[in-house]
Design a protein around this ligand. Sequence first.
Ligand SMILES: [Cu+2]
Length: 151
Amino acid sequence: MFKFAIPLCLLAAACSDDSAQPDLKPTDGWARESVPGQTSAAAYLTIINNGTGEDRLVRVESDVAGHAMLHSTATKGGVTRMRHIAAGLEIPSKTAVELSPGRTHVMLSELKAPLGRGDKFELELDFERSGRRTAVIKVLDPSSAGLQEAR
Ligand SMILES: [Cu+2]
């Protein structure tokens, strides 16, 4: 009996971090209505982590686009560039991570159909620890600055 006690203690100590679980909720997803001929679009949302553990958004996917990826935006010398966030997006515990214009967004390319105002579509989010979550993205007025404004 005693033989087993020691390895179990070691295991518990090594894995103590695993008791801290993320608790994720994607919310407030939105995108701008597309214009004719537009082949790519950005989608924005907030990912709330009410849990005590962190997570990482590693992959995004949507039926409306042939390809989706996480992008960051940076302006340097008046030039705005988008960059693929290859390492994924960190979602710390007890935090709401906001993807918003001019910052981080989901880049949807090879749009399969126009995004019409008032439409909704699903965005699949794959997290390292929590697995897959589905976000609902609402399509807003092209001049919209966000869902908060639209309410
Ligand atoms: Cu982009």
